[in-house]
Write a protein that binds this ligand. Sequence first.
Ligand code: SF4
Length: 355
Amino acid sequence: MKNEAQNEKPFIYDFSLEELQDWTKEQGEPAFRAGQIFDWLYVKRVSSFEEMSNLPKPFRMKLEDAFQFVTLSEIAKFESKDGTVKFLFGLHDNHAIETVLMRHNYGNSVCVTTQVGCRIGCTFCASTLGGLKRNLTPGEIVAQVVQCQKLLDPEDQRVSSIVIMGSGEPFENYDATMKFLHNMIHPKGLNIGARHITVSTSGIVPSMYKFADENTQINLAISIHAPNDALRSKLMPVNRRYPFNEVMDAIKYYIEKTGRRVTFEYALIGGVNDRPEHARELADVLQGMLCHVNLIPVNYVPERDYVRTPRDDIFEFQRILQSKNVNATIRREQGHDIAAACGQLRAKHMEATTG
Ligand code: SF4
């Protein structure tokens, strides 16, 4: 029952309802006890076994012996003027991760992290600067959403959507990500509609096929960031492992298999991938595909010398795509005043703690 994140007991949030049912049966308890545990975890959102007051005391002690809660200590919490809340959470092994809660007028969205650091090496991203430290367990991903939900509880609001776009490549931590998702959409879990969840990948081709075959309603987004192989390889070293055309083939398979529209994330970097010819080339590649392009003006990462695309050029890029019938929107920036770009807080924290 141990996992790679700890040498001790596994996290209770690592488990699905079905697994907990098996475990309770092994303990000689009725299966409905697992449903009660789930209710305490996902509906009442307690932080200790002791609070599970409708479970017999000896059973609570068994739980205590077998599992532990994920402890996310709040190292820092920043609130933006637009309501975005960015957390820097400390894990039990002193690693730090970022989670963002975004408040929209149509609901609340949480952006979760799936790995401590990242090994993908996208050149515009702060999360990858120290490489990959370790994968998060499913429970450590769950706990990020539960923590945000707890913040909303006093206002009687709920987390209505999730984006897996924080630090890390979710498809390199595939099983944990899928298990996390299972508990998010489970009616007895957080019960968030699959259509309100988006997984974003840098293009890990074998996992993209696997994900297509899962046949879920969960949305898929791909960080594309370039209209061709050569430029994409410069910006995203992962493109050398899984080239542009292979990524496109995997996307076509996903669309065919699921009938779902995919989102292409395109970070606009001044003078690098944001010229009209890039927009035209991208439009030619995507024309006719069931897709949507999300243009993201790149955030300034001090370690890289990328500059922001001027405002008019951003609109021009969008206009070119749309003129070729490729649907494109410009991402509304949230939390810009609190360094909400992926990995920036953690990078600062690492700098401060390592001197
Ligand atoms: S953008 Fe995502 S995949 Fe790329 S380095 Fe950053 S965290 Fe990793």
